[in-house]
Design a protein around this ligand. Structure first.
Ligand SMILES: Nc1ncnc2c1ncn2[C@@H]1O[C@H](COP(=O)(O)OP(=O)(O)OP(=O)(O)O)[C@@H](O)[C@H]1O
Ligand SMILES: [Mg+2]
Length: 351
């Protein structure tokens, strides 16, 4: 197996506050790795370090065969980075943007023109080539930005939140662009807040929390950690909900909707057992449904607990059984208390 990114023991502190603490990250050549994590987890810091824009306090990394410390120029020549601050010049047309950047990269006028045409076609911008970038939609601008970053055909692309702020259609278009890059053998390291995005694009996911990698694996491996089915229990009144909460180890819980989601293997016996125990404890479930775990559930279970010793609390609990989307950072709540004595008690109870 060859790795385009291999970073070990990366540490970074700001004013004595550790932001990255011994982070190891490996991205296989030609694969897509999604770096997930709540706001402030250190994703952008990690990307900036790997892209030579910031020096780590400790740790080593090899990027496309170049040592980050001893050959930052080699690293720089092997990568492109698109982040929040796009390289797009709004006064120029899409084609002019590409040709100008190509010439800055020392392509001849003719070569620049040819490369611009290629990229305009590749990124679905041929029809808009003559329009000023100021008139582009958010999605088109993002694609133009990506196209600019691909002028030099780098083997590694960093995408820091490539679809934040895009509407669903533009997001889909950006996803297919990223997929196409990956199909062409480009290695991609992206950060995202959208778990669905990681699920759609990533071969491997690494979840950062408090500057440490708290989970890694393929999306399917991570989901398998939570068992086969998540059982959603709904309670008729707040008292029953609170009593049940004390005993269960939820993936998420929503006090407003009085729902508690618990990871299970999905066997009838296991569910029957949980329901029986709840009944005995005077906290009978009113309604029960099940759904397959999503990456959101994994994210909430691995980052929620690490954040404040509480399990994740639900966002909008979807009644169709799909997991809640949205800003994961806001979903880490404090309703549930895994690890507490009471919790242990009902875990026993649920057994
Ligand atoms: N140049 C800097 N100086 C001081 N603190 C910084 C600097 N850059 C980042 N930080 C801090 O480091 C922490 C991690 O920031 P970072 O931008 O890497 O997080 P992130 O995971 O990308 O978050 P988000 O999801 O909001 O983009 C934050 O607490 C941030 O305030
Ligand atoms: Mg960031």
């Amino acid at each position: 197996m060859t790795y385009t990114v291999k970073a070990e023991g990366i540490c970074k502190s700001f004013s004595g506050h550790p932001v990255l603490d011994q982070v190891d990250l490996a991205v296989e050549t030609g694969s897509v790795l999604a770096l997930l994590g709540p706001n402030g987890a250190g994703k952008t810091t990690m990307v900036r370090i790997l892209a030579t824009l910031m020096r780590p306090d400790a740790g080593t990394a090899t990027i496309a065969g170049h040592d980050l410390r001893t050959d930052p120029v080699g690293v720089k020549q092997s990568i492109s980075l698109t982040g929040q601050f796009a390289a797009v010049d709004e006064k120029l047309t899409g084609r002019e943007n590409l040709e100008m950047m190509a010439q800055l990269l020392r392509l001849s006028r003719m070569a620049a023109r040819a490369r611009a045409s290629e990229l305009l076609a590749e990124f679905d911008l041929a029809d808009a080539a003559g329009r000023r970038a100021a008139k582009y939609s958010g999605g088109m601008r993002r694609r133009l930005d990506l196209a600019i970053s691909m002028i030099a055909r780098p083997p590694l692309v960093f995408l820091d939140e490539p679809t934040t702020g895009l509407d669903p259609r533009s997001r889909e278009q950006t996803w297919s662009t990223v997929r196409r890059l990956a199909e062409d053998g480009v290695t991609v390291l992206l950060t995202t807040q959208y778990l669905e995005e990681a699920d759609q694009l990533a071969d491997t996911v690494a979840v950062l929390d408090h500057g440490r990698v708290v989970a890694r694996g393929t999306p399917d491996e991570l989901k398998a950690r939570l068992g086969a089915e998540v059982v959603r229990l709904q309670f008729a009144d707040p008292a029953a909900y609170q009593r049940a909460l004390r005993g269960l180890d939820p993936v998420r819980a929503d006090g407003r909707l009085r729902t508690i989601d618990v990871a299970t293997e999905g066997t009838a016996g296991e569910i029957f057992h949980i329901l029986g125990r709840l009944q005995e404890a005077g906290a009978p479930a009113h309604k029960v449904s099940t759904y397959r775990p999503s990456l959101d559930d994994v994210f909430l279970s691995v980052t929620g607990a690490a954040q404040d010793g509480s399990a994740a609390q639900g966002g909008p609990a979807a009644q169709d059984g799909s997991a809640a989307q949205g800003d994961p950072a806001t979903q880490a709540g404090s309703d549930a208390r895994p690890g507490s004595a009471a919790q242990h008690e009902v875990k026993e109870m649920a057994r």
